[in-house]
Design a protein around this ligand. Structure first.
Ligand code: IVH
Length: 667
């Protein structure tokens, strides 16, 4: 075969194979048998070997993955990946509708979709080709898992039809129940820990380093959110139809709803029918259909104003309580865990349930051997809802909370007004020490990859580390001596420790693991007080002046900085040059020309995308607001501006300006 023939045949085979994949994995309606498919694939594979100049990263042959271990690069999301606020009742759905109604006078429609319970993914397409797949990560940036995603057969690598030149599409990667059960059976046979639920199995699979293993796991994906500048329709529902025509798997159960009644019907119907679906769902997502209205409504800090999730009521089952064990957390808090007679609940086997603290045990009046009702909440571990007192054995023993730490035998303490018991042995209890180290290296903390809990264990056993400052004293020689750790891992650990020194202050503060100082509190503290010295010397009043910080948190911070041990720790970390103050993040071109101005934008613009315009406003010190009020200073109007917004602005006599005008304002 000459080159010209080859190129034609290759193109033909790729198209055919793409089509068969689509028919089989998206439409569930194969046109050819497996044998024919395999023959075509074999032919394409050998042609691609014979003519390597026609290699194409999006060829159907590339879906088999590779067994070369990959590392995931972190990539920033072009559009932040936010989550939805949850509701549990029809009243809350009605309140959502009322909130929307207050914000717009235009008529609107809703779309109801199933809320798939897997792991979310954002795909970028350029000129019809899949170029990148990123996990949600922290919403701002995620892992580039393109190689793994390419192995998912229902995800198109090359689009059909009339698609926009550039867009992102978001959806959920899922492991169907049937595949999940098979996988867990296999894992148990070879002595591996089974996955707790299909969601964990899906996200675990997506993060495997070996993409050929991912290919064998049979993941599936549904898509529900399209983002881009030149989309072919204003309706979300209509856009999903378009996406289906480009080759994406879109749930056929998505439905337009004109009012609350329609929505309630959908909720009732799917509360029952979801049990027959091949994949896990945990609710319904209710969205405003018009993209223009979606943009006008905008977002709160965490979630869109144009959508909410309605979560299905969790299923309950009864089972027996066999025993209670106790876990020690990194702050010394003791969490009791119920060990249950294994029972099937919402598609998965449940063996344990969290009991949170001593009060929960007391309130349930729990006895060993009790028949208890368990339910799965939002978390992976289910909880005990109630006890079947009629089934209680008259001689059964009540569950008595332990008095000593199960790890170090210290007498537990409980502070007044608190429900948790603590092990006070902060500097000697091994489990606490390891927990603190694990927290410190975590992704949201110092993000020291190369170090995981197993390596921490190893370093600990070899007396190389006891606290987080010891990490920075580790020498190459210490590391390479250890079992299972080679030169390469040692280099990686040392490099990531080094690069952790540029982690911003707010995350260092979070990483220290001060009780009650979570991510948000750390951020607020860092922004207000600016440096570790300020925080360490802050009074209770200084601290409680910071938003979200009350007496309990303030006290915990003061206590922490009063401990000699912690003072020494901070000194050592300072000597290692970790970031202990806010580094000014002045951006290029930053001014204060729009300082104090509340500016709303509406419509589409010629020079800027909406995102760019928002960034521009913020760069010049202005505040981009999403709903109009008497306090709004300007409305920047683009094309197709919503009529109600315009009317409201006119009524409130808010100056309406163009994108050119706002440029002028900053000149
Ligand atoms: S829309 C701005 N639609 O639920 C939010 N999300 O808590 C856009 N999810 O992270 C998300 N099914 O992983 C949307 N039909 C659906 C969904 C869905 C599942 C997940 C998604 C998201 C989370 C939101």
């Amino acid at each position: 075969m000459d080159q010209k023939e080859a190129v034609n045949r290759i193109a033909y085979l790729r198209e055919e194979l793409d089509r068969h994949n689509y028919n089989y994995y998206v439409k569930n309606n194969p046109e050819v048998d497996d044998y024919t498919f395999d023959q075509l694939m074999a032919e394409l594979t050998s042609l691609e070997i014979a003519f390597p100049e026609f290699f194409d990263a999006n060829s159907p042959t590339q879906r088999v993955g590779s067994d070369i271990n990959q590392e995931f690069k972190q990539v920033a999301h072009r559009y932040q990946m936010l989550s939805l606020s949850n509701t549990y009742t029809e009243e809350e759905v009605q309140e959502f509708d009322q909130r929307v109604r207050k914000l717009t006078d235009d008529p609107y429609e809703y779309v109801c979709e199933l809320k798939f319970d897997g792991t979310s993914i954002s795909l970028s397409y350029e000129n019809g080709l899949l170029i990148r797949a990123i996990t949600r990560g922290d919403g701002e940036k995620g892992d580039d898992v393109t190689a793994n995603v390419k192995t998912i057969k229902s995800i198109p690598l090359r689009l059909k039809g009339d698609f926009p030149p550039e867009f992102e599409i978001r959806g959920e990667i899922l492991l169907p129940f049937r595949v999940f059960e098979m996988l867990n059976r296999e894992r148990e046979e070879i002595g591996e820990q089974p996955f707790a639920n299909p969601r964990n199995a899906a996200s675990g699979t997506l993060k495997l380093q070996n993409s050929s293993v991912v290919a064998s796991r049979k993941l599936d994906a549904y898509f529900y959110h399209i983002l881009g500048n030149k989309l072919p329709d204003d309706g979300h529902f209509e856009l999903l139809r378009h996406a289906a025509s480009w080759g994406f798997k879109i749930s056929e159960h998505t439905q337009k709803c004109k009012d609350l009644q329609d929505i309630y019907v959908f909720l009732h119907e799917w509360n029952i029918k979801r049990k027959d679906l091949p994949v896990a769902t945990d609710g319904v997502v209710i969205k405003i259909n018009s993209m223009r209205l979606q943009q006008d409504l905008g977002f709160t800090a965490k979630s869109p104003r144009w959508a909410i999730a309605y979560k299905f009521k969790a299923e309950q089952v009864s089972t027996r309580l066999n025993s209670v064990s106790y876990q020690v957390g990194r702050t010394g808090a003791i969490t009791p865990v119920a060990n249950l007679e294994p029972v099937l609940l919402a598609g998965t086997i449940v063996k344990r349930a969290t009991l949170h603290n001593a009060d929960v045990i007391k309130n349930l009046d729990l006895h060993l051997g009790d028949v208890v009702f368990v339910e799965k909440g939002g978390e992976i571990i289910p909880k005990i809802i109630s006890v079947d007192l009629t089934a209680r054995h008259p001689m059964s023993e009540p569950v008595n909370f332990i008095e000593r730490c199960p790890e170090c035998n210290s007498l537990l303490i409980r502070q007044e007004g608190e429900s948790a018991f603590y092990c006070p042995n902060e500097t000697g209890c091994q489990t606490q020490l390891k927990g603190k180290l694990e927290h410190f290296i975590g992704r949201k903390s110092m993000n020291i990859d190369g170090l995981g809990s197993e390596t921490i264990d190893l370093l600990f056993q070899n007396n190389l580390i006891r606290n987080v400052a010891d990490l920075y004293d580790l020498q190459r020689g210490d590391l390479v001596k250890l079992d299972r750790l080679g030169e390469k891992s040692a280099t990686r650990i040392l490099e990531s420790l080094e690069s952790s020194k540029s982690v911003p202050f707010e995350r260092v503060l979070f990483a220290l693991g001060i009780r009650y100082v979570g991510e948000t509190v750390a951020k607020k503290l860092a922004r207000e007080l600016k440096s570790i010295n300020q925080i360490a010397s802050a009074s209770r009043d200084d601290l409680t002046r910071v938003e979200e910080i009350g007496d309990k948190i303030a006290e915990s911070i003061i206590d922490w900085f009063n401990e000699d041990q912690n003072k020494k720790l901070i000194e050592r970390l300072k000597n290692q040059h970790l970031n202990f103050e806010i580094v000014s993040d002045q951006k290029e071109g930053q001014t204060e020309k729009l300082k104090g101005l509340s500016i709303i934008i509406s419509g589409t613009f010629r020079k800027f995308s909406r995102e760019e315009l928002k960034e521009f406003i913020e760069l010049h010190g202005g505040k981009n607001v999403t709903s109009i009020s008497a306090k709004t200073n300007y409305l920047v109007a683009g094309e197709n501006i919503g009529p109600s917004k315009l009317e409201k602005a006119q009524k409130l006599k808010i100056p309406i300006i163009s994108e050119e005008d706002i440029l002028e304002l900053t000149n």
